[in-house]
Design a protein around this ligand. Structure first.
Ligand code: EPU
Length: 295
């Protein structure tokens, strides 16, 4: 079988994660088209190879030992956007920031508060990414997924459950595109919303450093994991080159040569201290891959 897109063998995931951390994978594959993706899935299924779908790696911790399977990335390949009036149809590999920019350019409102959220549309949908009171599912109409057997199916929004940072989209279904219903608005009003969101983000989040955004989910809507980590006195703690940000307690930074092991050490430490001090079990918001026990 010939795969049209690129396929990198024994590729270090450090090159493909926002943390710049992660050992090698059997193959890192970027399918060039839907047909290509279907062909790769057939190959993976026939050979029973472990597989993981990655967006842009902005929410992913891969172990230092790597992952003995194939990672499929749709970023940089399935990245078409089409507008028809106030309807927007975008492929899963589109970067959120780009989608927001294109919408604003057409005076369309609905997505602008997600402007500074790193990552692809596909990843954002699976985890129902959100910021400043709005979630990606809010103006969603439908998504197209490819099942493991290569069949494409469209799900209406009502057929999918969306909650805080989760959706009922199955890990074995690959989101390839989505349709949104946006609204026309005054360009100045849209710009103002985007500027507000990005200035709040700049003032509270350490955006100049390598991170994966929020490491933990907020335990309750009005109780932030960052606040708990802060109150527990853990900000600034480091292990190797990994550091809990002084600016925002839920951001863990790679200050140079941090290993997955260093980040994992901080994760375990934070969980333990927060449990002891507040009797709260923090849950990971990031995805982990290649660890003995998936977290
Ligand atoms: N806080 C502290 N100390 C800290 C961090 C936060 O006291 O070190 C306090 C803040 O002062 C504020 C409250 O905690 O009163 C909430 O903080 P913030 O507004 O920064 O929001 P968050 O709950 O920590 C969530 C999302 C972010 C998203 C922002 C803005 C989660 C896990 N995180 O953070 O999303 O950008 O709201 O909407 O839901 C991400 O998902 O990766 C992410 C960055």
């Amino acid at each position: 079988m010939i795969v049209q897109g690129s396929s990198l063998i024994n590729e270090p995931m450090a090159k493909h994660t926002s943390w710049g951390i992660g050992g090698p994978v059997l193959a890192f594959v970027r399918p060039e088209s839907r047909a290509d993706l279907t062909a790769i899935l057939a190959l993976i299924n026939a050979n029973n190879i472990p597989m993981y779908i990655a967006g842009s790696g902005s929410n992913l911790l891969v172990s230092d030992e790597g992952f003995n399977g194939i990672i499929i990335s749709l970023a940089k390949t399935l990245n078409q956007i089409r507008f028809d009036g106030t309807t927007c149809y975008a492929e899963a590999g589109v970067m959120l920031g780009h989608l927001v920019k294109e919408s604003i350019h057409r005076n369309l409102t609905g997505l602008e508060s997600l402007g500074g959220v790193p990552g692809t549309l596909g990843g954002a949908l699976v985890m129902n990414a959100g910021a400043y009171g709005s979630e990606i599912s809010n103006c969603l109409v439908s998504i197209d997924v490819v099942h493991q057997n290569g069949v494409v199916e469209t799900y209406k929004k009502e057929q999918i459950e969306f909650d805080y940072r989760r959706s009922s989209i199955k890990p074995t279904d690959i989101v390839i595109a989505a349709e949104f219903q946006l609204k026309r608005d005054d360009p100045e009003a849209i710009s103002l919303k985007r500027i507000n969101a990005s200035s709040k983000r700049r003032s509270s989040q350490p955006l100049r450093f390598r991170s994966a955004g929020s490491v933990f989910k907020n335990p309750k809507p009005d109780l932030s994991a960052g606040f708990l980590i802060d109150k527990a006195g853990l900000k600034g703690m480091h292990h190797g080159d990994a550091e809990i940000s002084e600016k925002h307690g839920n951001f863990f930074l790679n200050r140079g040569e941090a290993k997955a092991e260093d980040i994992m050490y901080l994760i375990q430490k934070v969980k333990k201290v927060v449990k002891k001090k507040f009797n709260i079990e923090l849950e990971l918001e990031i995805k982990t891959l290649g660890f003995e026990k998936e977290h």
